[in-house]
Design a protein around this ligand. Structure first.
Ligand code: DX5
Ligand code: ZN
Length: 228
């Protein structure tokens, strides 16, 4: 499974989102859209009408990361709006299994996110209903934060659980990823990498995506080789 890069437009110019997506569309696999409601997290970003319009104009599929409360009620709307992947926080879900089922029924990939302190073992039984597990490597809410090394053992554990299950569940990491930190995540077993400031803070966002992909691919290949 090759590594995938999902640049976060949270660090892009909000007055020209289509233009900002175009700057990475030749190099990236997804465009990561951070939806924040000022309840689940202190920040407030964009919601359904913007996602709906981005889905119409984006050449890349949308990877929607919902940092909102009451996902049981609101998550399906993002699949209906055209997001190819919708990730909700398990901490905000009443019935995570049903949320994931609804997302899949609407044709989206179902992702479930865990904050840094949320243990992964508690949710291992939900894996069969998921297409992706997102392990936050910062506290959700803001771009440009410092990567939390403390999450690395959880990434390793999640990779073990996914391998043991035999399921094709992607392992995404989000927060503080850069040239300095991405290899550690790839080595621990992540395969989908979100990067905001490391991409949109660069002079050439497309080149930044390519460089991150090369680093992550190398680290992934090396860790497979070491594991035999
Ligand atoms: C943070 C968001 C991230 C954010 C990452 O809550 O979920 O997607 O954009 O930004 P960086 O890569 O700058 O940490
Ligand atoms: Zn995110």
């Amino acid at each position: 499974m090759p590594v995938q890069i999902s640049p976060s437009i949270l660090s892009a110019d909000f007055s020209d989102l289509a233009g900002e997506i175009a700057r990475v569309s030749a190099a990236a696999d997804w465009v990561h859209v951070d939806v924040m409601d000022n309840h689940f997290v202190p920040n407030l970003t964009i919601g359904l009408p913007v996602v709906e319009r981005l889905a119409e104009v984006s050449p890349l599929p949308l990877d929607c990361h919902l940092m909102i409360t009451d996902v049981d009620r609101w998550a399906p709307g993002y699949a209906e709006a055209g997001a190819a992947s919708v990730t909700f926080h398990v901490e905000a879900a009443e019935a995570p299994e049903a949320v994931a089922r609804n997302l899949r029924a609407l044709g989206a990939r179902a992702g479930m996110a865990l904050k840094p302190a949320t243990p992964v073992d508690d949710y291992a039984d939900l894996l069969p209903g998921l297409d992706m597990l997102l392990l936050m490597t910062v506290e959700p809410g803001f771009g440009g934060q410092r990567f939390l090394d403390t999450v690395l053992p959880k990434i390793r554990r999640a990779r073990e659980l996914v391998s043991a299950s035999g399921l094709d569940v992607w392992l995404q990491v989000d927060g503080g990823l850069s040239a300095e930190t991405i290899e550690r995540c790839a080595d621990a077993g992540a395969d989908v990498f979100v990067a905001g400031s490391a991409v949109y803070g660069a002079d050439d966002p497309s080149a930044a995506v390519q460089a991150l992909r090369a680093q992550a691919s190398r680290a992934t290949a090396q860790s497979w080789w070491c594991r035999g």
